[in-house]
Design a protein around this ligand. Structure first.
Ligand code: FE
Length: 192
């Protein structure tokens, strides 16, 4: 069974004006699709051919691991976004953020600080630690927290292809847009 190129859970124009349809067409329609096609070409006829994406990530090494991780990271990223969203989380997620970061403002500051500290490509994540606490972590290039003990709750793609068409190299402006698009219901649904 080939790995699926998952459809966006909204239209390509659904995240405008914060992320343009041109960005989603390039990022999801070209870049992410190409990763899925490369991954399927690599696993065809191999021991990985019948595995789920998560199993490939758990068992592969080197460039195959990075390719599978990027496909999973992108699948996850699309689910973290939603049209006409943003604001602040409610309920248990809000309480967990307050416990771990003090309040939402401090969490947002920490997330942005880590995101801006990554030089070059990578991802920034909100994760839930095995002890239940929340933390912000960065993964460089095409890595993923999926192989560790933390539960990924929220991801922000910091590769320039995620924002170059809209904001050129201005990662700060992209982060402003990202905060207006976060699907907090999805993030909360990930809490263990
Ligand atoms: Fe990306």
């Amino acid at each position: 069974m080939p790995i699926e190129h998952v459809a966006l859970p909204y239209s390509r124009a659904g995240l405008e004006p914060h992320l343009s349809s041109a960005t989603l067409e390039a990022h999801h329609g070209v870049y992410h699709r190409s990763e899925v096609e490369q991954l399927n070409a690599r696993i065809e006829g191999s021991e990985f051919a019948e595995m789920t994406l998560e199993d490939i990530i758990a068992k592969a090494q080197g460039s195959l691991f990075h390719l599978a991780a990027q496909v999973w990271n992108h699948n996850f990223y699309w689910q973290c976004l939603r049209p006409r969203s943003g604001g602040e989380p409610l309920g248990r997620l809000s309480e967990s953020i307050a416990t771990s970061f003090g309040d939402f403002v401090h969490f947002k500051q920490e997330f942005n600080r880590v995101a801006l500290r990554i030089s070059g490509s990578g991802w920034v994540w909100l994760v839930q630690r095995p002890d239940g606490g929340l933390a912000v972590v960065a993964t460089p290039n095409a890595s993923t927290p999926l192989t560790g003990p933390d539960i990924p709750l929220l991801a922000c793609d910091l590769w320039e292809h995620a924002y170059y068409l809209d904001y050129q190299q201005d990662r700060t402006h992209y982060l402003d847009a990202f905060w207006k698009l976060i699907n907090w219901d999805f993030v909360a649904s990930r809490l263990g």
